[in-house]
Structure formats: structure tokens, C-alpha cells
Ligand binder design. Structure first.
Ligand SMILES: [Zn+2]
Length: 365
């Protein structure tokens, strides 16, 4: 697999809705789904004279061999849902906050702000962060209000005012694409020169324009191997534990093909995890889920079956069945699990260093 980096810079307001419009307020997602990145590049392929009948088109966009990751603001990650910060001065120390703590491995009862002069209560700390620099990343958004158009009169429809949340202009979202080596050149050719594309809803009125450009993929060096991180986690917890953190939304099915709200060690086999070693239910879970809706364009023109996704940042802790030390394979512990990997679902990191040292620096004493 070749990993190719891609950036999308918003040139106009962008609305990426994540459900059927059912309210007067439509909210936007804060990341560009892999499926949207895929559609945008498939369109580009056709624009450049390719055909959907091509063998290359099939392998790039349809067969699932190529994985299109979610594009995230400045190449950030979702903060693990186990993160907490001061209720009154939240944030990373680098951002001027009172620091971030993590509860996945916490044995203490009530945790309080670690800033010595503060010691106040802690609260949820959600959003995106840059793991290389331990600082928060935010998507700038605003609300736009519009009126519906009366189809008969062609003027504003009476009483039909609605509001849309949009991503503001001038922000950069980074995605990675993993392509089989023998067709990587075809993908690179598509993005060798910057081009404009439209994503999301409201394209007919100029919303959704992005400039697409090839970039270096954001790579955060993991200081330790998966086995070394396992040892650190287990030392910190007091016995062997497996920590699973979702870097993107993920879709897991159980043996009866029902969508589930947590992975089991069986889902982690692609990363070399032996499901016999670990209990199948997590002892700790900091998780959330959402419904994924979608619409297939030509030729299907049908809504897709809604699926349940466990959201990015969800974190789970599993305990070993036996006290003897399990064998942990070599590797980075980063990879793809569950369904729809081709659309960017199921990117996970085992034993994420965040849970041991959220800020990668000495605590201020
Ligand atoms: Zn504080």
C-alpha cells in the first residue's frame, strides 16, 4: 500500500450534513467523510477523460482495495472521549489551559484540575487535537439563515425560514489515501496539479467549494512499538490490558450481523490481536455512536441503509483472561478494522500514547 496525502482548502462555506434534513437547523460535520473524498476523486477521474467502465476506475473507487480516510482540520485527530480538563480554564497547557487528563487508566476516585493553584472540578474535553504538538484544533463554523423558495411564485416561501451551520472559508483539511502500489501512479496523476471541486450540500448556490492539493500525509511518530506501549499500559493499570482508540468513526457487526456500539477483540484480529487472550467485553468504555445515512448517486439513486457508527475518539479497555503475559505481535498497532474501511471507517490505534501522557510533557508541580 502507498499512502498519499491530500489537502482540501475551503474556498466557500461548506455544509456536510450527516442525516436527512429533518429540522429547521441543519448541522455540519467537522470532518469530510472518506466517502465524500472518494466521490470527489471519482468525479475528477471522469473529468479527465476516464470512464467508469475502466478496470483502473473499478480498483481505485469501487473494489474497496483503496482506502479513503476522513479529511480532518489541519490533519488533527479526534480527542479521545476519555479526555477531561479543568471546568473553568479548559485546554492543553500549550494553549494556555490548565492541562488535560485522561480517565481510561485512572484508578483514582474523583479527579480534579492538576493546576496547583486551581484544583477545581474537571469536565468533558472534546474536539480535535494535534498529537505532534499536544494542542487543540478547532473548525471555524457559522450559521447562515435562508428562506425556502416557493416553487410556483419563485419568491420566498412564507414562513419557511431555515438555518444551516457551515464550515467557514480558508480552512485546511487533510486526508490520507491508501492505494495498492501498482495503481498508486494513477491516483497520483489525478491530484498532481491542484484543482477545484465541490462537496456537500448547496453546490448550486456556490456553497461547498474546496481546492484540492497533494500534500505530505500527516504522520505522528509513535515513540514506542505496540509491544512496548502494551507493557507501559499494563504497568500503569496493574495487569495486562488492551486499549483500543478509534481514530475515525467505525462500524462493527456482531455474529448476527447487527451493528454494535463497541468492538470486541475479535474485530481486532487484522492488527494481530488474538481474541482468545482477551475478555470479549470491555471493562471500560468511553464511547458514543451516531447513525450514518447516505445516498447513492447514479445509477442507484437510492438512500443507503442507515448504519450505526461508533464515533472517532471512542476508547475501550479490555482485560486479559489469564494473568500470564500475552504475546503481543510486532507492528505499530495502527490499522483498519470493522466494515467500510474503503470509506475511511474503522481506523484505530491500539494503546494510544494519549492515555498515558496526554500532553507529552512533565506535569507542572
Ligand atoms: Zn483548573
Amino acid at each position: 500500500m502507498n499512502t498519499i496525502g491530500l489537502s482540501l482548502t475551503t474556498q466557500s462555506p461548506v455544509l456536510l450534513s450527516h442525516g436527512p434534513p429533518a429540522h429547521h437547523l441543519t448541522e455540519t460535520m467537522e470532518a469530510v467523510p472518506g466517502n465524500t473524498v472518494r466521490g470527489m476523486l471519482a468525479y475528477r477521474y471522469m473529468e479527465q477523460g476516464g470512464s467508469a467502465e475502466d478496470e483502473v476506475f473499478h480498483r481505485l473507487f469501487l473494489s474497496g482495495e483503496t482506502r479513503f480516510g476522513f479529511a480532518r482540520i489541519n490533519g488533527s485527530q479526534s480527542l479521545p472521549l476519555s479526555a477531561r480538563s479543568c471546568k473553568y480554564d479548559p485546554g492543553f497547557r500549550r494553549d494556555g489551559g490548565h492541562g488535560v487528563i485522561d480517565l481510561l487508566l485512572s484508578h483514582e476516585g474523583e479527579r480534579r484540575c492538576t493546576e496547583r493553584i486551581c484544583q477545581q472540578s474537571i469536565d468533558y474535553f472534546e474536539g480535535s487535537w494535534n498529537p505532534a504538538e499536544a494542542k487543540a484544533e478547532r473548525v471555524a463554523k457559522r450559521l447562515v439563515t435562508r428562506t425556502a423558495i416557493d416553487p410556483v411564485l419563485g419568491s420566498s416561501a412564507s414562513g419557511q425560514l431555515y438555518t444551516q451551520e457551515v464550515i467557514e472559508e480558508g480552512q485546511v483539511f487533510h486526508a490520507i489515501i491508501e492505494v495498492p502500489q501498482d495503481i498508486a501512479g494513477e491516483m497520483e496523476a489525478l491530484i498532481s496539479t491542484p484543482f477545484g471541486a465541490a462537496i456537500g450540500t448547496g453546490k448550486s448556490r456556490g456553497q461547498g467549494w474546496v481546492e484540492v492539493q497533494r500534500t505530505e500525509p500527516p504522520i505522528y511518530s509513535l515513540r514506542l512499538s505496540m509491544r512496548e506501549r502494551f507493557e507501559e499500559f499494563s504497568r500503569s493499570w496493574g495487569s495486562s490490558v488492551l486499549a483500543v482508540t478509534l481514530l475515525s468513526d467505525a462500524i462493527f457487526r456482531d455474529d448476527y450481523l447487527r451493528d454494535c456500539t463497541a468492538p470486541t477483540p475479535r474485530h481486532l484480529q487484522p492488527l494481530g490481536i488474538d481474541p482468545e487472550v482477551w475478555h470479549s467485553n470491555p471493562i471500560r468504555a468511553f464511547a458514543a455512536s451516531r447513525m450514518v445515512f447516505g445516498f447513492d448517486g447514479v445509477p442507484f439513486c437510492l438512500p443507503r441503509m442507515p448504519r450505526l457508527a461508533v464515533v472517532a475518539g471512542s476508547a475501550f479497555l479490555f482485560q486479559a483472561r489469564s494473568p500470564s503475559l500475552p504475546a503481543i505481535p510486532d507492528g505499530s498497532g495502527q490499522g483498519w478494522v470493522g466494515d467500510k474501511n474503503g470509506e475511511g471507517y474503522g481506523h484505530v490505534l491500539l494503546w494510544h500514547p494519549f492515555h498515558l501522557e496526554p500532553e507529552k510533557e512533565e506535569k507542572h508541580e
